[in-house]
Design a binder for this molecule. Structure first.
Ligand code: ADP
Ligand code: MG
Length: 276
């Protein structure tokens, strides 16, 4: 679904190597995969997300979305149709005064007939469980509800892939939960490819794969168990590990033979019971 070859990107035209926001990124995200990207502030996560969506073009190297080269300006709408993007702040993404008009914005830009647009809008709002709010003004909604409307706006374009750049960063805990559930359903039920940039480690444990970025490069990649069992490396990169993983790591250091690959409370409990 997404492939990058020797991708480099810099915001300015200065020639120094250290000005690159992204350096030598080579990755391959498969159809239907759920990939989480983590990394501390300034590591290049948002820059990479915007390159996936054709908002920025590579300085050198290539990105292909569903086989389409993002540096070809003529393909930009085809690319955005296939890979939608949801940002941090829902208020910046909602443009219309009524929820359903907002969701219709994308398909209208695709020039679809109005009955098709109406059907897509209804389906998209149902799938994020916001159907009953379709005639409400977005500013009456909670943060989590607004973010779900923003997701519906992308879904109405029927993309194969959605890129989420810290979509829960501005939400309260219940809004976060709603949005995470919505994202998981899109992947598990609707089989969409999901790329989720987050700084909440507990949102990363259900991923098929985690990519860790630092200084514009990919520094670690693997399943959640493979990545989080490297507690010291993760901490050196300025990141947290899930609490259960940290506890397992401390228990192991104090001589208790638990696995360092526990990610959930249930796994740790089961593991400890086996030791008794
Ligand atoms: P992250 O999303 O991981 O916090 P970013 O992709 O936002 O990281 O930033 C990566 C690097 O690019 C940082 O060094 C940041 O200062 C720089 N950067 C981000 N946006 C811009 C911009 N619009 N102009 C110049 N430099 C930028
Ligand atoms: Mg960012």
């Amino acid at each position: 679904m997404i492939k990058t070859n020797n991708l480099y990107f810099r915001y300015s035209d200065e020639k120094e190597e250290d000005k690159y926001a992204l350096k030598n990124i080579n990755l391959h995200i498969n159809d239907g995969e759920f990939v989480v990207i983590i990394g501390h502030n300034g590591s290049g996560k948002s820059t990479l997300s915007k390159l996936f969506n054709g908002i920025f073009y590579p300085t050198s190297g290539k990105i292909y979305i569903d086989g389409l080269d993002t540096s070809d300006e003529e393909l930009i709408w085809e690319i955005r149709k296939r890979a939608g993007m949801v940002f941090q702040n829902p208020d910046n993404q909602l443009v219309a005064t009524i929820v359903e008009e907002d969701v219709a914005f994308g398909p209208e830009n695709l020039g679809l007939p109005s009955e098709v647009i109406r059907q897509r809008v209804d389906e998209a709002l149902e799938s994020v469980k916001m159907g009953e709010f379709k005639r409400k003004p977005p500013h009456h909604l909670s943060g989590g509800q607004k973010q779900r409307v923003a997701i519906a706006g992308i879904l109405a374009m029927k993309p194969k892939c959605i890129i989420f750049d810290e979509p829960t960063a501005m939400l309260d805990p219940s809004g976060r939960k709603e949005v995470i559930q919505t994202i998981q359903n899109l992947n598990k039920v609707d089989k969409m490819t999901v790329v989720h940039v987050t700084h909440y480690m507990d949102e990363a444990v259900n991923a098929d794969r985690i990519i860790v970025m630092d200084g514009g490069q990919i520094v670690l990649e693997g399943t959640p168990k493979e990545v989080f069992s490297q507690v010291e490396t993760i901490q050196r990169l300025g990141l947290d590990v899930p609490q259960v993983t940290l506890l397992s790591h401390e228990l192991k250091k104090s001589g208790i033979e638990v696995s360092t690959e526990n990610l959930t409370v249930d796994e740790l409990v089961e593991n400890l019971c086996q030791l008794i």
